[in-house]
Design a protein around this ligand. Structure first.
Ligand code: HSE
Length: 435
């Protein structure tokens, strides 16, 4: 059996998990890889590992791993985009293969990193960057290679889904659940990345590039977080048969691609609406296969380690074969990758959930309906509650038909300007995720 040596950079949650699973399942992993995978060195600036490194060489200078002759694959698990980028590019320049769990690095600098790797004839693998332990990169890049991917939609941030689930099921406080997600090792170093949608945007950009054969366009993704979600909208959504989930959505449209991350109402009868806690799920619609759904843990030490090690096994198997026989970084030959353009959020098409606070007086409903009808927006469902004791305002909740976002925004502005309207309207996009 050939030997493949790996150096793990970063022994935090995922690094320690990777080290431990590699040790625990060594026989099985080696049998699958057809080679003897050995951790020869680890790079860790501090001694905070949650694993026993007494049998391996520990480098305090993590860059030493990119130079060691006894390292074939550098596993980058330090996170961030500054030192990590330098480390990965240096490893590639030195002819090392790279496995990373770093979605920010791939989403923001993947075009440059993949070009450098192709020039050097080495692999850069990043399964663990998207949806934790779900093998979604492999599914899209290989399993669905016969299909034109029409759209995909995913719950791709475990922390956000965990928070939304706890808030809905147990009425817990946002900040309190976030602290628990941090303790459990789900949250990013800066949890704003989770709750404001940046982490999901990183992952969506990667999924869209593989699905559509386009460059990584992190500069163009529209991002809205979950921090503004009001408990009453969760309740009204349920009354109407919907759940609010934080989704990343990528769609092929004429004239470009939609790339957006935002809270979304989805029908509660969809399987993906039942995805709770830290679990992730990605729905992919291919023209040949139809709708498919991939589900699993989106964060955590060993689920993420599972994906890191799958990449190590893939790369280890390929060592010794010609680079052109390996699956390309985005699953498309690099010369075929074309940028279709990313549509501005004003030009996307969506249905909407709207909540207005309006005066309880005759004619209000008809003026709202008139504005919608003048703009060709159909009201698909409507709820108006009785005023609370002593209140003059009532909540008016509507679901609309699909329309251009700019058309909807213009209608919302008109409704907000009515003398009977009180304050800004709540607007949440709605997607029925129809096959
Ligand atoms: N913070 C991320 C999440 C970790 O919660 O999904 C996995 O990327």
């Amino acid at each position: 059996m050939k030997s493949v040596n790996i150096g793990i950079c970063g022994l935090g949650t995922v690094g320690s998990g990777t080290f431990n699973v590699l040790a625990r399942n060594a026989g099985l992993i080696n049998a699958r890889a057809g080679c003897d995978i050995k951790v020869t060195a680890v790079g860790a600036r501090r001694d905070n590992a949650n694993c026993d490194t007494s049998q391996v060489s520990v480098e305090r200078d993590i860059f030493a791993l990119t130079r060691r002759p006894d390292v074939d694959i550098v596993v980058e698990l330090i996170g961030g985009t500054t030192t990590a980028k330098e480390l990965v590019l240096q490893a590639i320049a030195n002819g090392k293969h790279v496995v990373t769990a770093n979605k920010a690095l791939i989403a923001e600098y993947g075009n440059e990193i993949f070009a450098a790797a192709q020039k050097q004839g080495v692999c850069v693998a990043y399964e663990a960057g998207v949806a934790g332990g779900i093998p979604i990169i492999k599914a899209l890049r290989e399993g669905l290679s016969a299909n034109k991917i029409e759209w995909l939609a995913g719950i791709i941030n475990g922390t956000g889904n965990f928070i939304l689930t706890e808030m809905r099921d147990k009425g817990r406080d946002f900040a309190d659940v976030l602290v628990e997600a941090q303790v459990l090792g789900y949250a990013e170093a800066d949890p704003a990345f989770d709750v404001e949608g940046t982490d999901a945007a990183h992952k969506l950009v990667i999924l869209a590039a593989i699905a559509f054969g386009m460059p990584l366009r992190f500069d163009a993704v529209f991002t809205e977080g979950i921090t503004e979600i009001q408990p009453e909208d969760v309740v009204y959504a349920e009354e109407l048969g919907y759940r609010i989930k934080h989704l990343g959505i990528a769609k092929q449209r004429e004239g470009g691609v939609e790339l957006r991350v935002h809270p979304t109402l989805i029908p509660e009868r969809r399987l993906i609406a039942q995805v709770n806690g830290v679990m992730n799920a990605v729905m992919v619609k291919g023209d040949a296969v139809g709708p498919t759904l991939y589900y699993g843990p989106g964060a955590g030490a060993e689920p993420t380690a599972s994906a890191v090690i799958a990449d190590i096994v893939d790369v280890a198997r390929s060592i010794g074969s010609a680079a052109e026989n390996c699956v390309s970084a985005l699953g498309f030959a690099s010369e075929t990758i074309v940028d279709p353009g990313v549509l501005d959020i004003n030009d996307i098409e969506s249905a909407y959930y709207l909540r207005a606070s309006v005066l309880d007086q005759p004619g209000v409903l008809s003026s709202v309906a008139q504005i919608m009808s003048q703009r060709g927006i159909s009201i698909e469902a409507i709820i108006q509650k009785e005023p609370r004791a002593g209140a003059s305002d009532v909540p008016l909740i509507m679901l609309t038909s699909a329309t251009r976002e700019k058309n909807l925004r213009a209608a919302v502005e008109e409704i907000e300007a009515l003398p009977s309207a009180n304050g800004p309207m709540v607007t949440i996009r709605l997607d029925s995720l129809d096959a």
